[in-house]
Design a protein around this ligand. Structure first.
Ligand code: F0G
Length: 454
């Protein structure tokens, strides 16, 4: 059948309050045209992020009732670590409250001035946590990953030659190699098993540990099953275990594929590294058997991990993202392709050609989507990346608007509505006004800057 079957039905509902365009204009002014400053109840379809915004299942809510809130040695911790190790059999599993806490702890132990951390592409918090220690974060994606029109099946792959070159020159400065699956900042694009094996081989030659930033591991494994030779008949859980077996550890935001509203973990095989990380954890997150989470959160994640590797779910998930992407493409809206797992990215620079990157075409499109239809998206472009460390401003490499799809949350009708709104915004794209920033903080300016239309 052609219809995408949602492999669940609705069990409890959250009302959405309709709003008018005139009301939304007011909300935008109140928010200084920054969508992070808009109240969520003033949003109709919230595609700001897929992080922590998914719907939990009946069985996850049941697991929450089973949570044990003992300070030390809670049974919920053991249920959680067993579920993690079923897919990622690392020696040590350290819970944290979300992904960036795992990054902060790991890099505060292995980073520092003079160090260099390569990654296919750092997510912004990962980069910030590497740089906060004085280390250098280097992105080494394959060239196809930077090419908006390349149809390469694994645009998330790491450039193996570039990694080899970096290690040949600076091996002593590299504490570990990172691979982000899927590559979020590169458009939610997957990494192949063959590429991971290649990275592993290079790491072995230089004696370096390989870590995964594995937020969207199940989506990545599904793409491997669909696109990589010899993988089509395999269980996704087995593909995940193959990815894990190639690595020495991982950082994780459990707000993505593990279906949590909060949570994360840090895992590794190295005993000494684990001891150092646990000691830091106690300072900042909590005791190592809860790591900043409630026992009930740990149980919800354990259950979520069993659900996300189910093929019916992943087939629905990846097809529904492609449904949105295909519909936009068919309407002539420029989008990044192939489509990623968790989001569709509109090429705002191509859509609003009359705007200079420093007039923030991504911001213009994102604001128009909100004003036109109450859709909240996220600018990933010059607003997010334009401010340089020396204080000057330069265009980002791309000006994208990300439509991130929360897991199991919106129906196909909601997505059809999103498609209609995008169509209307695209039809009037020539008339979009650019924006200027009237106030901005020193770092991560996209969250709190104030804007004004030009
Ligand atoms: N790594 C990747 C690849 C991510 O996408 C994120 C978060 C993190 C690390 C940090 O995890 O938010 O739990 O601290 N990405 C979200 C997003 C925020 O919208 O893409 P966190």
């Amino acid at each position: 059948f052609r219809t995408i079957f949602e492999p669940f039905r609705i069990h409890s509902v959250e009302p959405l309050r309709m709003s008018t365009r005139a009301e939304r204009r007011g909300y935008l002014r109140d928010a200084a045209f920054n969508l992070f400053q808009v109240r969520a109840e003033h949003v109709l379809v919230d595609l700001l992020t897929d992080s922590g915004t998914g719907a939990m299942s009946r069985d996850q809510w049941a697991a929450i009732q089973h949570g044990d809130e003992s300070y030390a040695g809670s049974p919920s911790y053991y249920i959680f670590t067993d579920a993690v190790r079923e897919l990622f059999p690392f020696e040590h599993v350290i819970p944290v409250h979300q992904g960036r806490a795992a990054e902060k702890i790991l890099f505060s132990v292995i980073g520092g001035p003079g160090k260099v951390v390569p990654n296919n592409t750092h997510f912004d918090t990962t980069r910030a946590n590497v740089e906060a220690t004085g280390a250098l974060a280097i992105d080494l994606p394959v060239v196809e990953g930077r090419d908006l029109s390349s149809q390469h099946p694994f645009k998330g792959n790491m450039d193996l030659a570039a990694l080899e070159d970096l290690l040949a020159r600076r091996a002593a400065d590299v504490p570990c190699v990172f691979v982000t699956i899927t590559n979020n900042s590169g458009g939610g694009q997957p990494v192949s098993l063959a590429n991971l094996r290649g990275v592993r081989g290079i790491c072995d030659r230089y004696g370096k540990p390989l870590f995964l930033d594995a937020c969207r591991f199940a989506e990545n494994a599904w793409f491997i099953r669909e696109r990589e030779e010899g993988q089509a008949e395999r269980e996704v859980a087995d593909i995940v275990r193959d990815m894990a077996a190639l690595a020495d550890g991982m950082t994780m935001s459990a707000k993505k594929d593990p279906m949590g509203n909060i949570g994360g973990w840090l895992a590794m095989n190295d005993d000494d590294l684990a001891t150092a990380c646990r000691n830091t954890l106690i300072l900042t997150e909590g005791f190592p058997t809860y790591g900043g989470l409630a026992g009930r959160d740990l149980e919800a994640l354990a259950q979520g991990l069993t659900e996300v590797v189910q093929h019916d779910y992943l087939r629905y998930r990846i097809r529904s993202t492609a449904y949105l992407g295909t519909a936009l493409q068919e309407r002539g809206i420029p989008v990044l392709s192939p489509f990623g797992g968790h989001a569709v990215y509109i090429d705002a620079r191509a859509l609003a050609r009359h705007l200079d990157p420093l007039e923030y075409p991504g911001q213009a499109v994102a604001v128009a989507l909100y004003e036109t239809g109450g859709i909240r998206s996220c600018e990933i472009g010059t607003v997010m990346f334009g401010r340089q460390p020396d204080g000057t401003e330069a265009p980002a490499s791309m000006d994208l608007v990300r439509l991130a799809i929360p897991r199991r949350t919106y129906t196909q009708s909601h997505i059809d509505y999103v498609i209609e709104v995008c169509e209307e915004v695209a039809a009037n794209a020539d008339a979009l006004r650019g924006y200027r920033i009237v106030a901005e903080p020193k770092t991560l300016r996209h969250f709190t800057s104030s804007f004004e239309p030009r």
